[in-house]
Design a protein around this ligand. Sequence first.
Ligand SMILES: Cc1cc2nc3c(=O)[nH]c(=O)nc-3n(C[C@H](O)[C@H](O)[C@H](O)COP(=O)(O)OP(=O)(O)OC[C@H]3O[C@@H](n4cnc5c(N)ncnc54)[C@H](O)[C@@H]3O)c2cc1C
Length: 545
Amino acid sequence: MNAINNNAQTYDYVIVGGGSAGSILAARLSEDPNVTVCVLEAGRSDLRPYVRIPSGFVKTLTQPEITWQFKTEPSDGSGGRKISTTQGRVIGGSSSINGMMIVRGQPGDFDNWESLGNRGWGYKDVLPYFSRSERYTGKCSENGVRGQSGPIPVTPMDWFHPISETFIDAAVAAGHKRNPDYNSGDQEGVGYFQRTIENGFRVSAAVAFLAPALKRGNVALHSGVRAQRILFEGKRAVGVGFIRRQGGEETVVKARREVIVSAGTANTARLLQLSGVGPATLLSQLGVKVVHELPGVGENLGDHYSARMVMRARRGTTTLNEMARGVRLGWQIMRWLAKKPSVLTLTPSQAHLFCKSSPEVETPDLQCVFVPGSYKEGKHYVLDDYPGVTGGWWQHRPLSRGYVRARSKDVFEDPIIQPNYLSHSVDQEVMVAGMKIIRGLLHSSTLAKYLEEETVPGVDVSTDEKMLDFCKSNGSTGYHLVGTARMGPKSDPTAVVDDSLRVHGLENLRVIDASIMPAITSGNTYAATLMIAEKGADLIRGIRA
Ligand SMILES: Cc1cc2nc3c(=O)[nH]c(=O)nc-3n(C[C@H](O)[C@H](O)[C@H](O)COP(=O)(O)OP(=O)(O)OC[C@H]3O[C@@H](n4cnc5c(N)ncnc54)[C@H](O)[C@@H]3O)c2cc1C
């Protein structure tokens, strides 16, 4: 181990990652004025129009200056393709570039975590933490599960397209119930997404938590720096070494109490590995000295593999494809400037359908989404030249698992990310079932007044085999990477952290971000990550909800 510079600055807590979880942790830990916190963040300022204006989402994905331009390894399930699985590298992390849709998941997701040996992570235990960070402005159900005074606004959809409403009608006609609040504990049904958008702007975890915390004076933020290793004295984490540029000189910050890794699922696993915590064989291939052997570091990678189909709308129908261009776009910009609902404040998907792939399944195992617009086939976020709509779908709880492995000791070289999409036969069956459900709705008589022809993939893709092939060769990431530092008891050989989020076998080191999920949640993963951070902060402070 390199010598630790004795002039290094010392804080009570050093947090690696000023993203979704890191922002909450910095804010909660610094509520005590006697505590000092240092946040190390690889990205820089989030004061950018494409970050702050919700529809800028698609632009951010291709901007390397604010994103980790990660790609997955090819596999049979991805039709031999590498898939871009961009993550946020900017203040606020992925919360500054995500799709802003808030989906908590299902009660059973967390009861399952608890049944895997994680005490205090059942649905009833995590509910207060979901509520704590949110300020839900929609109509609340009477069971009191929604938060109404937290820092993150969760707002109902305020801009509606008649085809989206007709999609909802089609789902109701097909027997699905209209659900006014899928985050109430009963997820099943169809309706509109809830969003982290307020007054026309994205409200990221950094805007809601980190920025106010920085004003307290006991939080230091180093941006544009990459942590390259956690420093240990024996088995105790004592600080973090970071660099500003590839091959640059290392600076050290020391942690009096704890080092907390909140670098996101891919980077957290990679940082642990580069710090000598991980599978011994991998560490030896990398030339990293083993501090503590933990075979599960980087394993158990999960994601929501999604596919989409496109329908051409009848001539004269105005979809987002037309509204996001020319004079119509000008009008929408004017509306946004006047603080009126506008296409500029849309989430990437407008309507949802949480449903079952078959009657035998106990709770919804599919998430279907509807967008009153469409992208050109094979192109990244280029709108079709004709009026079109998109139906997408993914399996809630896929069984396929992959891994993240550092490629080299250099934190400027992207890690190997292999999600092994659709490697499990159940996942293949559920994806095909999902395609049949969404296709049935898009071709229904209810939507026929608007839609005329399936353009992607086309009706000749009609057998289960062809549909599976289509999913394999056209599907994509849900951007919901989780699981590479899975939480579980010591008796579980693949567990990385215990149910207090402490890394097994080491002292003063916790992982608190999406990587600790033992199994992916039934929905987009942001809300669950915020909950993990809220609970993680209490675990550190010894507070019970
Ligand atoms: C494009 C996209 C769209 C998404 N859409 C949705 C959605 O609509 N709804 C939803 O619920 N979920 C969505 N998600 C998923 C959700 O945003 C993530 O699950 C969640 O934000 C993960 O939070 P995190 O704290 O684990 O990581 P992040 O928020 O990614 O934070 C990690 C931070 O650590 C920093 N970092 C990493 N390595 C280092 C290092 N070595 N040194 C210093 N800093 C480092 C990163 O730059 C980053 O800022 C989306 C994700 C993406 C990427």
